[in-house]
Design a protein around this ligand. Sequence first.
Ligand SMILES: Cc1cc2nc3c(=O)[nH]c(=O)nc-3n(C[C@H](O)[C@H](O)[C@H](O)COP(=O)(O)OP(=O)(O)OC[C@H]3O[C@@H](n4cnc5c(N)ncnc54)[C@H](O)[C@@H]3O)c2cc1C
Length: 281
Amino acid sequence: MSSAIGMALITAGHSQGWPVAKGGSRAITDAMASVIEGAGGRIETGRRIGSVDELPAADAVVLDLGPHGVLDIAGSRLPAGVKKAYGRYRYGPGAFKLDLAIEGGIPWTNEACRRAGTVHVAGTFEEMVFAEAETNRGRMPERPYMLVAQQYLADPSRSRGDLHPVWVYAHVPNGYAGDVTEAMLDQVERFAPGVRERIVSTVTTPATDFPQINANYVGGDIACGANTPRQLISRPRFALNPYRTGATGMYICSAATPPGGGVHGMGGANAARTVLGDLAR
Ligand SMILES: Cc1cc2nc3c(=O)[nH]c(=O)nc-3n(C[C@H](O)[C@H](O)[C@H](O)COP(=O)(O)OP(=O)(O)OC[C@H]3O[C@@H](n4cnc5c(N)ncnc54)[C@H](O)[C@@H]3O)c2cc1C
């Protein structure tokens, strides 16, 4: 069932091309923020909300949080059944991320990989299945499944001369605290011998650091929830409308809601439709 996500991405890629935001993904956030501010909205960042009681009175409160985050800040307002369902919500594997500055980029032996914005690195199909199965069982494989992003190929403004930004993440068990930098570089080195000598600078983000950056990434799960069959068809809980929390005027809209993780924004769009429908009643 989770291969449906791959199918959707491939279909979108074939019909529209593969979008890369000029200047980095931050440009998308800036564009959305300018729409809100242009409509008279005010945005406050850098402030962690410990309880919904800190929020000003509003017709609707839309929480861009995973179910555990909603429990943390609004648990006492939720009906018992919703609280229980949110508590049962499961998170998936974590990510271990490397941000690299690479002189001359990655010297892939495969010519097509030198032109690709994103390269999935696994080895053979069997190696990929093994690595993913181990990770899902909570064991760190020797050869992790990885995603290598080299968007500078589509957006050269990110590079400085021949020094290019590349980031890589590996799937690791949820909450995995170990350092897998060497295992990841070994994986790249298999398909791009000599890459290590080209790396000028490295920043590592272990799975256990992700929740400090974003509380939605529980255990380093950047998809905000496991893609189990149950959670693919009903996240964050079984409900006619999954965006309602059961508390009047309070909604959930994060990647923990349909259609799941990703930068498509559909969780927010769907939640907004629900809010407008409820307000019109
Ligand atoms: C390294 C990486 C690579 C990715 N690559 C891709 C990709 O290629 N394609 C793709 O589609 N998706 C990708 N994703 C996933 C995608 O970014 C997420 O699925 C998406 O951003 C989730 O959106 P969201 O609206 O659920 O919430 P988020 O974007 O997670 O935003 C939630 C916000 O709420 C804030 N917050 C949480 N708790 C509180 C609190 N108590 N008080 C105040 N603020 C709080 C967080 O700090 C965060 O800013 C990637 C993610 C990462 C980390």
